[in-house]
Design a protein around this ligand. Structure first.
Ligand code: PLP
Length: 388
């Protein structure tokens, strides 16, 4: 046993603790204001029943990779259904969104290519880009002029890829997708959109912000996580037939990993039933989010603009963010502090995520508890005076 390694790691852990950055694992307790189960599907009886019936029929595990004995008719069927839902030629299911992003970004860009990436992109996109052999250009968050410039400057390079989230996970704001679509079309660049927090929530069919903005034709690939609004797990990469064919050959997280349990395909089929049949869920979600924004703003809690179900309350300091989250948890609200490196240094925050189960009465109680926690931690001094 290497004592020197253990000593080094203890120093590293202590440094994290000193900086207010030590994480602990905490099971959910209290009213959910932090999960990504926006539509309340993770516990929906239709989804659970279909999943349990599939376990009984097909077993617990898939026993091999999709290219070997792990393939099942259920995967092919759900991929076909999801492609129809998304309006693309085909889709491919990965066991997580993280792996889907790694798969996409390490498969298509080659050494002479350039990847343009928003500075606030999710870690899975960043890691995929780091693993890819292409050159990377990071641009300021949601800065379409910077993208335009970068596309001009990289003319003559190999293929260009623009990689963004449609709804940013920690800021809750939208990318200017329509502008990006036009820029990519004009420049012959390829738009890759991570719809992790938008799929199931936006668009008339509920397939996401690509649908809502009508830019399907201008998107090369979308990555659609299935463990958030869809309530299950995994992610679908949706795009043209030839691209999906190539992912099956080359995406290492797909090829070299055991297929997900077959039952997730059945559960996802049930989720899509609900998303298609019950559009009122997404309307109710966005209504709830709007109502909470109004209440928080009226109470003087500073929120960035936007209208999504993700509401960040920027607190800056790591320890303060933890103290406010702890106080809310003690009051029975499951709100989590988000700290670097998940968000840039100095921008620790509460990430409040709304779901369909949030009632008016709970909102009222939550706003009161949040304001009290902000006052107790001294943050309220910087809020509008009427609150304090
Ligand atoms: C924008 C974004 N992309 C990808 C992922 C990864 O998805 P998964 O949790 O399925 O690995 C997440 C989840 O945190 C995310 O927020």
């Amino acid at each position: 046993m290497s004592e020197s390694l253990a000593a080094r790691i203890r120093t590293r852990l202590q440094a994290l603790d000193d900086d207010g950055l030590l994480r602990t694992l905490r099971a959910p307790s209290g009213i959910d204001l932090s999960s990504n189960d926006y539509l309340g599907l993770a516990n929906h009886p239709h989804v659970k029943d279909r999943m349990m019936a599939a376990v009984a029929r097909e077993g617990a595990g898939s026993t091999g990779s999709r290219l070997l004995r792990g393939e099942r008719d259920g995967f092919a069927a759900i991929e076909q259904r999801f492609a129809g839902f998304k309006g693309t030629g085909r889709s491919l299911y990965f066991s997580s969104g993280y792996l889907a992003n790694l798969g996409v970004l390490t498969t298509f860009p080659e050494p002479d290519d350039v990847i343009l990436s928003d500075e606030r992109n999710h870690a899975s996109l960043i890691d995929g880009i780091r693993l890819s052999p292409a050159r990377r250009e990071i641009f300021a968050h949601n800065d379409a002029s910077a993208v335009r410039r970068a596309l001009d400057e990289t003319r003559g390079a190999g293929e260009r890829f623009l990689v963004v989230e449609s709804l940013f996970s920690m800021d809750g704001d939208e990318a200017p997708l329509k502008v990006y679509a036009a820029l990519c079309r004009a420049a012959g660049a390829h738009l890759i959109v991570d719809e992790a927090h938008a799929v199931g929530v936006y668009g008339a069919k509920g397939s996401g912000l690509i649908e809502q903005h009508g830019i399907d034709e201008d998107v090369f690939l979308s990555v659609n996580t299935a463990g958030k609004a869809l309530g299950v797990a995994g992610a679908f990469v949706a795009g043209p037939e030839w691209a999906i064919d190539y992912l099956i050959q080359r995406a290492r997280p797909f090829v070299f990993s055991t297929a997900p349990p077959p039952s997730v395909a059945a559960a996802l089929d049930a989720s899509l039933d609900l998303i298609e049949r019950e559009p009122q869920r997404r309307t109710a979600l966005l209504d709830r989010a709007r109502a909470l924004r109004l209440r928080l703003t009226a109470a003087g809690v500073p929120l960035p603009g936007g209208s999504s179900q993700i509401l960040p309350v920027l607190l800056g300091d790591n320890d303060r963010a933890m103290a406010v989250a702890d106080a809310l948890q003690a009051d029975g609200f499951d709100v989590r502090a988000i700290r670097p490196p998940t968000v840039p240094p100095g921008t620790a925050r509460l990430r409040i995520s709304v779901n369909v189960h949030l009632t008016d009465e709970l909102m009222e109680r939550f706003v009161t508890a949040l304001v009290a926690a902000l006052v107790a931690t001294g943050f309220a001094a910087t809020m509008a005076t009427k609150t304090v």
